[in-house]
Design a protein around this ligand. Structure first.
Ligand code: AMP
Length: 504
């Protein structure tokens, strides 16, 4: 048997001297170098006793080595388990014990803290710096540059990614070789990636977006990466004359728009701007088109499913929508309780099925079973609606739905109205316990710089725009909304923060 994912990656390497990656320091790496480097890391991890199916947890700052270790795991048949560098020791301990990892790779600075966990759990611990330093880098440097890839089939696991866990413990999503391979191929096709593309990679690599979407699409198309260790608007702008594609979260685009150097001229060599992982405001989409002449292409996916839908490459990229299902992916909108499809135009639960959908949650068969329908569709937890042209819009997470006085209220509808009011930069609408209504609508608002808009102005602005029952019962002004590293507004943090608010 062959190695399903790595064989496919190899098969796309037409010319081993072709460029795979350029680093910020100007260092360049060819596809041939990539194959050799990942072989060295595969030797390094197998020399530590890692066997097919073993989990390799990696908590490192972003560097090319994270990509090498991911691909080394694929080649060695191991299961790559990336961890956000923001996780505390307590959280990492949970991931290590839950996953039963056999090896942890961490930055040298984290070694002492993690050594207690490693010892207590009987797990091997290796270090790797952002440059090629640390015990694992040393092992790799000494290893051979060819490696006999371990046989792995389409359904064998390539990775476990823990979901961000906004409610309860986070769950380990099991992703197979074919989940990753099939999705990357569908995206190459949909987004017209070729060997001439150069992608600006400024996303984190512990998350599906930067790790799989950006990297696997590049590998499957034989394209190149400009690999930046973090997002910085100025650096990204400086790269644009040498690049063709940017993949980002919405905050990349709003921060780039804040920079006066973003102009049509700066983006002339770019062919595509892609956004995902959080909702892109229609206003950002329009602003971007106005400033650069490019329509941002928004897509929708999640850790468990890879990417599900995308706006079209050719054809209208409709602001506020996430487009249509990718080739091979089925998506439907159903009644959340009954599972019966709702008529087109109505809001319901988004469910998806296809080779992109994960194998279940690690060690959680009941949770897995509860999130799949009998006909194999995965219940995403996102609410959405299809328009008459087949474009899907996301209305929000199901758990963010507010039920007030027995009526369903979709926060996004209220947020859009509030965001359009003068002096408002952005808003988040949440439901909080209310003695009469069950939940009361609360709007948390960030003013534009220098604006003095107040609660009275907000209510006056909503008058005639929204039915009364949707009006916020409380308005709170804040300096900024809490966001996670992928730019998602953390409504759970807001709900916790304001849970004791009284409505009178
Ligand atoms: P994650 O597993 O961290 O990638 O988060 C997945 C979730 O992000 C999805 O279930 C959606 O709620 C949200 N998401 C991803 N892409 C989009 C998008 N384009 N618009 C709105 N929400 C999105």
């Amino acid at each position: 048997m062959a190695n399903h994912l790595f064989d496919l990656i190899r098969s796309k390497i037409i010319d081993p001297t072709a460029l795979f990656m350029v680093l910020s320091n100007g260092n360049r790496m060819s596809y041939g170098d990539l194959v050799a480097e990942t072989a060295r890391y595969a030797h390094a991890i197998t020399s530590l006793g890692i066997r097919p199916g073993d989990r390799v947890a990696v908590q490192m700052e972003k560097s090319p080595a994270v990509i090498f270790i991911y691909l080394a795991c694929v080649r060695a048949g191991a299961v790559f388990l990336p961890l956000n560098t923001g996780y505390t020791l307590n959280e990492v301990d949970y991931f290590i014990s839950d996953s039963g990892a056999s090896l942890i790779v961490c930055g040298p600075e984290a070694h002492d803290g993690l050594s207690k966990i490693a010892e207590a759990r009987g797990v091997k611990l290796e270090t790797h710096g952002q440059e090629a330093s640390g015990s694992l880098a040393e092992k790799a440097a000494k290893a051979a540059s060819d490696f006999a890839d371990i046989a792995r089939g389409p359904d064998d696991l390539a990775a476990i990614l823990y979901t961000s866990g906004t409610t309860g413990r986070s769950k380990g999503a099991m992703l197979s070789h074919d989940n990753l391979a099939s999705n990357a191929l569908a995206l190459v096709d949909t987004w017209r990636f070729t060997a001439s593309d150069i992608l600006i990679h400024a996303l984190p690599v512990f998350h599906t977006h930067g790790l799989f979407v950006a990297t696997n699409v590049t590998l499957m198309a034989g394209s190149s990466l400009i690999f930046l260790n973090k997002f910085d608007p100025k650096t990204v702008l400086d790269c644009m004359d040498r690049a063709t594609v940017l993949m980002g979260v919405p905050t990349f685009y709003t921060r780039l728009l804040d920079d006066p150097n973003l102009t049509r001229e700066v983006t002339t060599s770019m062919r595509l701007f892609i956004s995902g992982s959080a909702p892109l405001l229609a206003e950002t989409h329009r602003e971007w088109s106005k400033r650069t002449g490019h329509a941002i292409l928004e897509r929708y996916g999640m850790t468990e499913t890879n990417m599900n839908t995308s706006n079209p490459y050719e054809g209208d990229r409709v602001p506020g929508t996430v487009g249509m299902p990718l080739p091979g992916v089925e998506a439907r909108v159903v009644h959340p309780e009954t599972g019966a499809p709702v008529p087109q135009g109505e809001i319901g639960m988004i469910e998806v099925k296809g080779p992109n959908v994960f194998k279940g949650y690690w060690n959680m068969p009941e949770k897995t079973a509860a999130e799949f329908r009998a006909d194999g569709f995965f219940i995403t937890g996102d609410l959405g609606q299809f328009d008459e042209r087949g474009y899907l819009s996301i209305v929000g997470r199901g758990k963010d739905l507010i039920i007030s006085g027995g009526l369903n209220i979709y926060p996004k509808e209220i947020e859009e109205e509030i965001d359009a009011l003068p002096g408002v930069l952005e808003s988040a609408v949440i439901g909080l316990p209310h003695a009469d209504f069950g939940e009361g609508v609360v709007a948390v608002i960030v003013r534009e710089k220098g604006a003095s808009v107040d609660e009275k102005d907000i209510m006056a602005g909503l008058d005639g725009r929204l039915a009364r029952f949707k009006w916020p019962k409380r308005v709170i002004f804040v300096d900024e909304l809490p966001r996670n590293t992928m730019g998602k507004v953390q409504k759970n943090v807001l709900r916790d923060r304001y849970q004791s608010i009284r409505f009178d």
